[in-house]
Design a protein around this ligand. Structure first.
Ligand code: MG
Length: 340
């Protein structure tokens, strides 16, 4: 079978462990990912990591549609795990890559996704050190699911969700809700059109610049993925046993994202991002961290959105533009299934 033929699709044979799988891996996957030939592949990679501590994270990606304005499931699978590793102040070094493919996926689609993974990994300066490919029958998965795990080298300072302290300043690096709204609009069942792109991006160099500017003053970092800002700050408030108060007028939301959320009945604060983080920073360092963020391409719209207090414990309050205060709840369930 000639798998360079663009009319071909993935078949169960490609996941068989035999010659077809070898050919798929050697001819399609490894060249895009920067690997060697399948014959040389070992059962496990040996990683050269000089750090005393490593950060380790895993995430699975099921986004639908596979391609959306601003990104695709491949770049998302790299950025998502790179960002989780970066939130602990670690320098991402290695990823693993698991592909679960539904029989019938066009080989051309697989090729585009794997090329996007390879490009994103090169952009992040991470090596895909280990991988696995499985093919399941039609209906047993939807097109393709991807799992990545990532390993990073910890630095001198490791931010933690438990480290937020009363008096700390709350910062974000830019507009909220872009990813979730871009994916929702890309779903053809919604009759909404708006020029919104996903913010999917790797945040590790932004984090490095923030830590460089402030050292241990960055107490907490959280990437604002599923559940968005609302989930991120509630998780921090609970983990650290503090209160967090946010100023709605200070929280940046693009008008087109806010408009789409209104139509969909969603809060932009509860919608997923893939290139946004919240930082909880000691107040005396907030200015320096904000300046470092704004000097980075992924932090140009960075701003202060609130502060941490001792009370009420494990609670997030939102000051609204009309002068009232309400509780910003942890989103109850999955608002937007298969958003990442
Ligand atoms: Mg995360």
């Amino acid at each position: 079978m000639d798998i360079s033929d663009s009319s071909q699709t993935v078949t169960l044979g490609h996941g068989s462990g035999g010659a077809m799988m070898q050919q798929l891996i050697t001819e399609q996957l490894l060249p895009a990912l920067g690997g060697q030939s399948a014959e040389g592949l070992e059962d496990a990679a040996i990683l050269d990591i000089p750090a005393a501590s490593i950060a380790f994270s895993t995430d699975s990606f099921t986004v639908q549609p596979l391609f959306f304005p601003g990104g695709d499931i491949g770049s998302l699978a790299v950025h998502g795990t790179v960002n989780d590793v970066a939130m602990r102040g670690a320098r991402p070094r290695y990823l693993s890559l698991g592909l679960i493919i539904e029989e019938g996926l066009p080989l051309d689609t697989l090729r585009r996704i794997v090329e996007s993974i390879g490009q994103a990994a090169r952009d992040c300066d991470v090596i895909i050190a280990s991988g696995d490919t499985k093919v399941v029958g039609r209906g047993a998965a939807d097109s393709i699911f991807i799992n990545t795990a990532g390993i990073g080298e910890c630095g001198d300072h490791t931010p933690s969700v438990t480290a937020a302290r009363p008096g700390d300043t709350v910062l974000v690096n830019g507009t909220l809700g872009d990813h979730g709204v871009a994916v929702m609009i890309a779903r053809e069942d919604l009759q909404i059109s708006a020029a919104v792109e996903s913010d999917t991006a790797p945040l590790h160099t932004l984090v490095a610049a923030m830590l460089e500017a402030s050292g241990e003053a960055v107490h907490t970092l959280r990437d604002l993925t599923r559940g968005g800002l609302a989930a991120g700050v509630n998780e921090i408030a609970s983990a650290a046993g503090v209160g967090i108060t946010l100023e709605a007028v200070a929280i940046p939301v693009r008008p087109e994202v806010g408009g789409a959320c209104e139509i969909l009945g969603l809060s932009p604060y509860a919608v997923a991002n893939e290139g946004k983080l919240v930082a909880i920073v000691a107040p005396e360092a907030a200015e320096a961290v904000l300046a470092a963020m704004r000097a980075h391409p992924l932090g140009q719209d960075a701003c202060v959105i609130g502060e941490v207090s001792a009370e009420p414990v494990a609670t997030v309050r939102l000051h609204t533009p009309i002068g009232t205060t309400r509780i910003l709840e942890l989103p109850a369930g999955e608002l937007l299934p298969r958003i990442c």
